[in-house]
Write a protein that binds this ligand. Structure first.
Ligand SMILES: *Cc1c(COP(=O)(O)O)cnc(C)c1O
Length: 376
């Protein structure tokens, strides 16, 4: 059986976790947390990166930090993971869904302006598959209408847009270290990138249960007290130790994923020329991180037959997402602005092939042969 995903493991994690245990301190903001945060601040150029329990938690923090209130509207794609919507719905906001572009499956920047109302507060570009949204247009719109931008870069660590790291372009960026992402903190984990320096102090307070405990530990205040709303949004240092092993190997992991991605692309290109499938496209401004490899089939029937055929060959492939505006909670908490020209149609055609750090060339060859066999 070739699984759809296997969590990345590089071999150093166990030693770093042992070191964390020996240090006698496992809670948040320990030595490994600081190493990981500093590494990301320097590598990606962000004034403040904080590790969190998940990208979901980072998004929730972002909604608190931006003071999202009942009645506010937040713009995002409907072809999306639920956490992005939930984080804002938890603060009472209404989610306004905008259609995607079929070439990248990212929010269509040309359709955002029509969705803006006097209640709009935030735009959330989701960098699908680690391929950047059209950030210049989105940032210009945000400036024009005085809106904030939270990048859902859950899939986008190590990708760039016009040379800038994803997650560092908006006011806030969010990463995921779930085991299905390119780098993991032992199964679950996330980070929030606070790119607007005026938000940094409050981000630390919200992450520390609404207290100024971070300032206390730095010796900046002589006691810590309850200052604001907040929650426990720290990652255990044991998980940060796992993550540290992954960050040290980040370039190696990235290169391996990119080479697997290119092998899929080159091998399946003849099917595009034969008019059988569509492949992802990477706009010229984007350097991606090979977060996923997907193909698009003719329609949902074709896709179901394809998934079944791979499964019979012992290969797991998966589809996603059910467009949020068609889900019960999406109907309750959101609305679609404009026409659903591509979201429903394109999401029903899309299927993801196995792509993970430890996928062997031999196994990938088997996947490619089974895909080619289905269309033969
Ligand atoms: C994975 C993912 C999330 C959630 O990440 P967690 O770390 O599992 O909370 C949010 N948004 C997108 C686009 C994702 O792919």
């Amino acid at each position: 059986m070739i699984p759809f995903n296997a969590p990345p493991v590089v071999g150093t994690e166990i030693d770093y976790m042992q070191a964390a245990i020996s240090s006698g301190k496992l809670c948040g903001d320990g030595g490994f947390t600081h190493r990981c945060q500093q590494w990301m601040e320097q590598r990606f150029t962000s004034p403040k990166v904080l590790l969190t329990p998940s990208c979901t938690a980072s998004l929730e923090m972002a909604a608190m930090l931006l003071d999202i209130k009942p009645g506010d509207e937040v713009i995002m794609p409907s072809f999306n993971f639920v956490s992005t919507a939930n984080a804002f719905v938890l603060r009472g906001a209404t989610v306004v869904f905008v259609d995607v572009r079929p070439d990248t499956m990212n929010i269509d920047e040309s359709k955002i302006e029509a969705a803006i109302t006097e209640r709009t507060r935030v735009i959330v570009p989701v960098h699908y598959a680690g391929v950047a949204c059209e950030m210049d247009s989105i940032m210009a719109l945000a400036q024009q209408y005085n809106l904030l931008v939270v990048e859902d870069a859950a899939q986008g660590m190590m990708s760039t847009y016009k040379g800038q790291a994803l997650g560092t372009i908006g006011h806030i960026g969010c990463f995921s270290f779930h085991e299905t992402k390119n780098y993991t903190a032992g199964g679950e984990g996330g980070a929030i990138l606070v790119n607007d320096p005026t938000l940094v102090d409050r981000a630390e307070v919200i992450r520390e249960k609404g207290t100024n405990r971070s300032q206390f530990f730095r010796g900046q205040v002589d006691k810590y007290t309850w200052r604001d709303i907040g929650s426990s949004y720290l990652m255990s240092d044991l998980q940060a130790a796992y993550l540290w092993g992954q960050l040290e190997a980040a370039d190696r992991i990235n290169q391996r994923r990119l080479s697997l991605w290119k092998q899929y692309y080159d091998s399946l290109l003849p099917l595009v020329k034969a008019g059988r499938i569509a492949l992802p496209s990477i706009p010229a401004a984007c350097v991606h991180n090979a977060h996923m490899f997907y193909i698009k089939l003719r329609d949902i029937e074709d896709r179901t037959a394809f998934i079944d055929s791979l499964k019979a060959a012992g290969i797991m492939s998966v589809f996603h997402y059910i467009p949020l505006h068609t889900c019960p909670a999406g109907e309750q908490f959101g609305r679609f602005a404009g026409e659903d020209r591509y979201t429903s149609q394109e999401s029903a055609r899309l299927v993801r092939l196995p792509l993970f750090y430890t996928l062997s060339d031999a196994d990938q060859y088997r996947v490619i042969n089974s895909v080619l066999g289905f269309f033969a």
